[in-house]
Design a binder for this molecule. Structure first.
Ligand code: HEC
Ligand code: HEC
Ligand code: HEC
Ligand code: HEC
Ligand code: HEC
Ligand code: HEC
Ligand code: HEC
Length: 471
C-alpha cells in the first residue's frame, strides 16, 4: 500500500515536471515569432560568447538559427607577439597624397573634397554634434531593455550596448576608430581590438539622419554583435593602404596606414616619379607615373574595376594592383548573372563596368568611365554636368523621343536611359525599415518603363525631374 502511494506521487511529480519542461520549450520556440518582450531571462542576455575571426561565419550562421538567443558576441583576439610593425608606406611605394600635392596643387585641393578621399577617415564631431547627444544617440533593439548608445568622450567616440533587466545591468563598449563611407547613403564604423579590426553594430544612415543597426547584423534574432571581422577586401575598396598580418583574416599593422582612396590607387605607387621630379625640377616630361587616359581602354577601365566591378575576391593580398597590369591577376570576378537587375552578389557595390560594357555607347565608341566622371572632383548631384557629358557624343535630336516631347527632355537623358534601380539584395534580414540605396544602371539603352515614368512625371504640373533625394 505504502509503495503504491510513493509510486503515485513520483508519477505525479514526474508528469508535472515533464509538463513544465514541455511548456518551457513551447514558450522558447514560440517567442521567436511572437514578441520577445517578456521572455528572455537576464541570464541569457548576459551570455557572452567570444569568437575568433575564423569561427565567426560558423557562429553567425548558428545565431541565425536562433540557438544563441540573447548572446552578446565579442571578438576573441589571440595573444599577439608584440604588434607587427608596418613597413613605411614609402618603402612599399605608397606616396601620401599631400606629397603629390606639392607639385599638383589643383588636383590635391579638389581631391580632398571627393567621395574617394573621404570614403574612410577617423571620426570627428565636425558638423555632426547632435549625433552624439540624447535622444538622437540611442538605437533601440528588439528588446525594450537592451539598447545601443553612441557617445563622444574626450578621448574618442564609442558605441555602447546597455542591457538592464530585473535589477541587473550589463555594459559593453567599443571605440569607433575608423569611419567607412563619405556619407552619401551612410557610414559604418570600425574598431581595433589589439591589432584586429571589427565592424561595429551601429551605423549612420543619411536618409533620415539617424543611427541604426549595421546592414547584415540580425538583431531580430536576438544577438548583439561586436565581432564581425573586417577583411582586407573591405579596406582594399575603401582605403589606399593597410598592411595585413600574414596568415590572419583581419589583423593589420596599427602604426602605418593610408585612409581614403587617394592618388596612388589610380596612378601607381609614385615614389620613383616623385624622386625623379624633385631631383629634376625643370623636367616637364612625366617620369614613372601612370595616367589612365594614356592606357588602352581595357586597362583604363581596369583601374576603376579594382573597386567598381561588383562582388569579387582578391587573388592574394590587396593593395598591390598597379595601373597597367591585367586586373584578372588581382581579382577573381564573381560569376553571378549581372544581367538581371537584382542579382548583385556584393551587398552594396554595383558592377558598373559589366553593365556599361553591354551598352551601345561603350561598344561603338572609345568611352571609358572617366569620359563621364572626373574622379578628382566631388560631382555628386551635378545633373547638368553629367548631361553635358552625354552631349560630348550625342545631339539632343539623336533622341527620337525628343521629337515627341520637345526640349523638356533635354536635361533628363539620364533619368530615361540610366534609370535608378533598387538593388533589393542590399536589404538584409532584420532591416525591413532600412532604405534601399538606389543606383544608376550603367547599361545605357532605351528603358520603356523608365520613359513611361518620366513622361508621367512631366505631365504633372509639379514635375520633379529627379527621383533621388541627394540632388
Ligand atoms: C616634384 C614634383 C612632383 C611631384 C611631387 C609629383 N609630380 Fe606628378 N608630375 C610632375 C611633373 C613635372 C609632371 C609632368 C608635367 C605635367 O604633366 O604636369 C607630372 C605629371 C604627372 C601626371 C601626368 C602623367 C602623364 O603621363 O600625363 C600624373 C598622373 C602625375 N604626375 C601624378 C602624380 C602623383 C599621383 C603624384 C604623387 C604620388 C605626383 N604626381 C607627384 C611633378 C611632380
Ligand atoms: C568591391 C569593393 C567594395 C567592397 C569589398 C566594400 N565596399 Fe563599401 N562601397 C563600395 C562602393 C563602390 C561604394 C559606393 C556605392 C556606389 O555608390 O556605387 C560603397 C559604399 C559603402 C558605404 C556607403 C558610403 C556612402 O557614402 O554612403 C559604406 C558604409 C560601405 N561601403 C562600407 C563597407 C564595408 C564596411 C565593407 C566591408 C565589410 C565594404 N564597404 C566593402 C565598394 C566596396
Ligand atoms: C579614383 C582614381 C583617381 C584618383 C584617386 C586620382 N586620380 Fe588623377 N587621374 C585619374 C584619371 C582616370 C585620370 C585621367 C583623366 C582624364 O584624362 O580624363 C587622371 C589624371 C590625372 C592627371 C593628368 C592631368 C589631368 O588632369 O588629366 C594628374 C596630374 C593627376 N591625375 C593627378 C592626381 C593627383 C595628384 C591625385 C591625388 C591628389 C590624383 N590624381 C588622384 C584618376 C584618379
Ligand atoms: C580603391 C577603390 C576605388 C577605385 C580604384 C575607384 N573607386 Fe570610385 N569609389 C570607391 C568607393 C569606396 C566609393 C564610395 C565613396 C563613398 O561615398 O564613400 C566610390 C565612389 C565613386 C563614384 C560616386 C561618387 C559620388 O558622387 O558618390 C564614382 C562616380 C566613382 N567612384 C568613379 C570611379 C572611377 C571613374 C574610377 C576609376 C578612374 C574609380 N571610381 C576608381 C572606390 C574606388
Ligand atoms: C563617347 C561617346 C558617347 C557618350 C559620352 C555617350 N554615348 Fe550614347 N552612344 C554612343 C554611340 C557611338 C552610340 C551608338 C550609335 C547611336 O545609337 O547613336 C550610342 C548609343 C546610345 C543610345 C542608344 C542605345 C541603344 O541601345 O539603341 C542611347 C539611348 C544613348 N547612347 C544614350 C546616352 C546617354 C544618356 C549618355 C549620357 C549619360 C550617352 N549616351 C553618352 C556614344 C556615346
Ligand atoms: C555615359 C556616362 C557614364 C559612364 C561612361 C559611366 N558613368 Fe557612372 N554614372 C553616370 C551617371 C549619370 C551617374 C549618376 C550620377 C548622379 O546621379 O549623381 C553615375 C553614377 C555612378 C556611381 C555612383 C553610384 C550610382 O549609381 O549613383 C558610380 C560609383 C559610378 N557611376 C561609377 C562608374 C564606373 C566605375 C564607370 C566605368 C565602368 C562609369 N561609372 C561609367 C554616368 C556614367
Ligand atoms: C522621356 C524619356 C527620354 C529622355 C528624357 C531622353 N530619351 Fe533618348 N530615347 C527615349 C526613347 C523612348 C527612345 C527610343 C525612341 C524610338 O526609338 O522611337 C530614345 C532614343 C534615344 C537614342 C537612340 C536613337 C536610335 O536611333 O537608336 C539616343 C542616342 C538617345 N535617346 C539619347 C538621348 C539623349 C542624349 C537624351 C538627353 C538629351 C535623351 N535621349 C533623353 C527616351 C528618352
Amino acid at each position: 500500500m505504502k509503495n503504491h502511494w510513493l509510486l503515485w506521487s513520483v508519477l505525479c511529480v514526474g508528469t508535472f515536471a515533464v509538463f513544465v519542461v514541455i511548456f518551457a520549450m513551447w514558450r522558447d520556440g514560440n517567442h521567436r515569432v511572437s514578441d520577445a518582450k517578456e521572455y528572455l531571462p537576464i541570464r541569457k542576455w548576459q551570455r557572452v560568447k567570444e569568437v575568433s575571426a575564423d569561427e565567426y561565419s560558423k557562429v553567425h550562421e548558428t545565431v541565425l538559427r536562433d540557438q544563441l538567443m540573447g548572446t552578446v558576441i565579442l571578438p576573441r583576439v589571440p595573444e599577439v607577439q608584440g604588434l607587427v610593425a608596418a613597413k613605411h608606406p614609402q618603402d612599399v611605394g605608397i606616396v601620401p597624397p599631400q606629397v603629390c600635392g606639392q607639385c599638383h596643387a589643383e588636383h590635391w585641393s579638389e581631391c580632398q573634397q571627393s567621395p574617394h578621399f573621404r570614403t574612410s577617415s577617423e571620426p570627428s564631431r565636425e558638423g555632426t554634434p547632435e549625433r552624439y547627444e540624447p535622444p538622437d544617440n540611442r538605437v533601440e533593439t528588439f528588446h525594450p531593455r537592451a539598447w545601443f548608445e553612441v557617445v563622444a568622450k574626450p578621448n574618442g567616440f564609442y558605441q555602447q550596448l546597455h542591457i538592464e533587466y530585473a535589477g541587473q545591468s550589463f555594459l559593453h563598449e567599443a571605440r569607433m576608430d575608423f569611419v567607412l563611407g563619405s556619407g552619401k547613403v551612410g557610414q559604418s564604423f570600425l574598431s581595433w581590438t589589439k591589432d584586429a579590426l571589427h565592424q561595429l553594430p551601429v551605423s549612420y544612415f543619411t536618409d533620415g539622419a539617424r543611427w541604426g543597426h549595421s546592414p547584415g547584423f540580425d538583431y531580430k534574432e536576438g544577438t548583439f554583435n561586436f565581432a564581425r571581422p573586417i577583411t582586407e577586401r573591405c579596406l582594399d575598396c575603401h582605403a589606399t593602404w593597410f598592411e595585413r598580418v600574414p596568415q590572419t583574416i583581419n589583423h593589420f599593422a596599427r602604426d602605418e596606414f593610408q585612409l581614403g582612396v587617394t592618388c596612388s590607387r589610380c596612378h601607381g605607387s609614385g615614389r620613383e616619379h616623385v624622386e625623379h621630379h624633385q631631383a629634376h625640377p625643370n623636367e616637364t616630361i612625366p617620369h614613372a607615373i601612370a595616367n589612365p587616359a594614356k592606357l588602352s581602354r581595357g586597362l583604363a577601365v581596369a583601374v576603376c574595376a579594382q573597386c567598381h566591378s561588383g562582388g569579387s575576391e582578391l587573388v592574394s593580398t590587396g593593395f598591390r594592383y598597379q595601373p597597367g597590369e591585367p586586373i584578372e591577376e588581382y581579382l577573381v570576378q564573381s560569376s553571378a548573372d549581372v544581367d538581371s537587375d537584382n542579382s548583385i552578389p556584393d551587398p552594396h557595390a554595383a558592377n558598373q563596368l559589366r553593365r556599361l560594357e553591354k551598352s551601345a555607347c561603350f561598344r561603338q565608341s572609345d568611352l571609358t568611365c572617366f569620359t563621364c566622371h572626373d574622379p578628382h572632383r566631388n560631382e555628386r548631384g551635378r545633373e547638368k554636368l553629367l548631361v553635358d557629358r552625354c552631349l560630348k557624343c550625342h545631339q539632343p535630336d539623336d533622341c527620337h523621343q525628343r521629337k515627341l516631347t520637345g526640349d523638356a527632355v533635354d536635361r533628363l537623358c539620364i533619368e530615361c536611359h540610366m534609370p535608378l534601380v533598387e538593388y533589393a539584395d542590399i536589404r538584409r534580414p532584420g532591416q525591413d525599415s532600412m532604405p534601399i540605396p538606389k543606383m544608376r544602371d550603367h547599361r545605357i539603352q532605351v528603358w520603356p518603363a523608365a520613359t513611361a515614368d518620366v513622361l508621367q512625371r512631366l505631365s504633372k504640373p509639379s514635375s520633379g525631374a529627379s527621383t533621388r533625394g541627394d540632388k
